[in-house]
Design a binder for this molecule. Sequence first.
Ligand SMILES: CC(C)(COP(=O)(O)OP(=O)(O)OC[C@H]1O[C@@H](n2cnc3c(N)ncnc32)[C@H](O)[C@@H]1OP(=O)(O)O)[C@@H](O)C(=O)NCCC(=O)NCCS
Length: 272
Amino acid sequence: MTICSIGPGQIESVREMFPHSVYWQARTGLADVFGLQDDNGVLQAVMAAEVRGLATRLLWLWVAPDYRRQGLGRMMLLTLMANGHDAGTNRLELDFPVDDNLEMFSLMVGLNVPFRQIGSLYATTLGQVDLSRLEGHVRQAVGFPLGQADPLQRKEVGQVLRSQQMPAHPELVAQCYDPDLSRLFFRDGALRAMLLIEAGAHLCVSYLWCDKEWSQILPGLLVCCLRAARERYPADTELYTGTIAESASRLSDAFLPNAKKTLVFQYRIPIG
Ligand SMILES: CC(C)(COP(=O)(O)OP(=O)(O)OC[C@H]1O[C@@H](n2cnc3c(N)ncnc32)[C@H](O)[C@@H]1OP(=O)(O)O)[C@@H](O)C(=O)NCCC(=O)NCCS
């Protein structure tokens, strides 16, 4: 799954996902619309929001029924909060009544932020998005270090890399990737996700991949990596993500708002 932005010109295709008023706001460019695309480019989640003045306003959030309860709604809302904070707004407002919407209400409660009720609407202040809010993702994403993979598992890693047109060296583990920070995630005997971190003077997210049904653990993989890096590397070590792994750079954008853009790679963040 990748996060994409949907411009006013592309709005017709998602018209039926919105209430009429949100559709018109999106069409006239008053609302920003974001989507989550699966590997076939099909939108499986859509969010409309307004980031203006001092407030970030969530106008509508929709996740395709088959993709619900996998953490996508929460991930999009947290992304919006991180971006809203970055854009200088200090308040998140939910611009629709949620009291009679169990799913949305539960999602909000699960965020553990204090919402103020104003009539039928809810608002909260926006601070730096705390990575610990991704705790659920992290729990699912722990996986095990690449260095502990047995020969069969390494072979599977090689196959996935080749299928993604990445060079797959037989001595992959020893040669370039940090065997502890790089993580593999197996479920039901199959490789579901992996994060490959190249170690050198800097750390670099050189590959981030997951089976499309496991996309919800991608942010967790990054957070796990940061945590493990904090324990093992000096605090001024920087972690780069960017051009090599596009999905990693999009996630960094959303979840590592402190990361600085650089010329060579798109983002870097001190791990301390
Ligand atoms: C509301 C909606 C966007 C949530 O999306 P989602 O991707 O399924 O939500 P998440 O998987 O991120 O859920 C996060 C938390 O919300 C709560 N939650 C979500 N759906 C729930 C449900 N049906 N019952 C109880 N709790 C629910 C849970 O606490 C969940 O955490 P958990 O799975 O770890 O227990 C989705 O249900 C939806 O599109 N509904 C229809 C459109 C709509 O009504 N939008 C709201 C108005 S904008």
